[in-house]
Design a protein around this ligand. Structure first.
Ligand code: KIV
Ligand code: NA
Length: 265
């Protein structure tokens, strides 16, 4: 199998081939996601929510991200594995950003990192790139800044914020990022950014006119019922499948129907 590289992603954009991206946080799921043909697997700090049960992405630590990332890397044969630098491991201190990125690359074997923000974190991104670590940007709704925004509502509806987002996307391209995620912004703005920068633009709630799409694995598999933003398409109802299977197992134990004669030694 030919591994996906940042160079291949660039060619896909030039060809107009859409890029597929999905999160994974553990070995077993990453095996399935990679085997199904995903181009990019993101070890997102959404692990803080879906794996650890936190309300936000802020509490997850660098050590915990490295644990998730190394589990994913062991499973993946084809996809490019991108890992989120967690909150507090890169903002406002480019030396710490470099240290954090190097720890992720060395200790997990991942292929790239993702960082939230534009001009505010320019020095940190530049420093990480200077070490030869590919960086993906993340603009629009950046969940590590949720307490600044105060809401998970759509970003960049106003002209000023849209202009800043356009400028930040251009900046990320100029300093050498290999791609950028745009989260929860108007589709028209997603289209504008994808047309104006040469690096691949991957959207989540950024409309259909970007170069690729990303979703959170547990959300698109329908494992959680609570989270239902408009951009989320559920491709399975694992909430029901898993609940049915597990309650069936409980019932069989209680009814002495599991195990049967053949299932013993
Ligand atoms: O952590 C995450 O899952 C992400 C995606 C939503 C892009 O950053
Ligand atoms: Na993230």
């Amino acid at each position: 199998i030919k591994r996906i590289t940042t160079h291949i992603l660039q060619e896909m954009k030039l060809r107009g081939e859409k890029i597929s991206m999905l999160t994974a946080y553990d070995f077993s799921m990453a095996r399935l996601v990679d085997g199904a043909g995903m181009d990019i697997i993101l070890v997102g700090d959404s692990a803080s929510n879906v794996m650890a049960g936190h309300e936000t992405t802020l509490p997850i630590t660098l050590d915990q991200m490295i644990y998730h990332a190394s589990s994913v890397v062991r499973a993946v044969r084809r996809a490019l594995v991108v890992v989120d630098l967690p909150f507090g491991s890169y903002q406002g201190n480019s030396s710490e950003a470099l240290r954090s990125a190097i720890r992720i690359m060395k200790e997990s074997g991942a292929h790239a990192v993702k960082m939230e923000g534009g001009s505010e974190i320019k020095e940190s991104i530049t420093r990480v790139l200077s070490a030869g670590v590919p960086v993906m940007g993340h603009l629009g709704l950046t969940p590590q800044s949720i307490y600044k925004f105060g809401t998970y509502a759509v970003r960049a509806r106003e002209e000023a914020e849209a202009q800043k987002l356009m400028a930040d996307a251009q900046l990320l391209e100029d300093i050498g990022c290999f791609g950028v995620v745009l989260e929860k912004i108007p589709a028209t703005l997603g289209k504008q950014v994808a047309e104006s920068v040469r690096i691949p633009v991957i959207g989540i709630g950024a409309g259909p006119h970007v170069d690729g799409q990303v979703l959170v694995l547990h959300d698109m598999l329908g494992i959680n019922k609570e989270f239902s933003p408009k951009f989320l398409r559920r491709y399975a109802d694992l909430y029901t499948s898993i609940t049915d299977a597990v309650s069936h197992y409980v019932r069989d134990i209680k009814n002495r129907e599991f195990p049967n004669e053949k299932e013993g030694y």
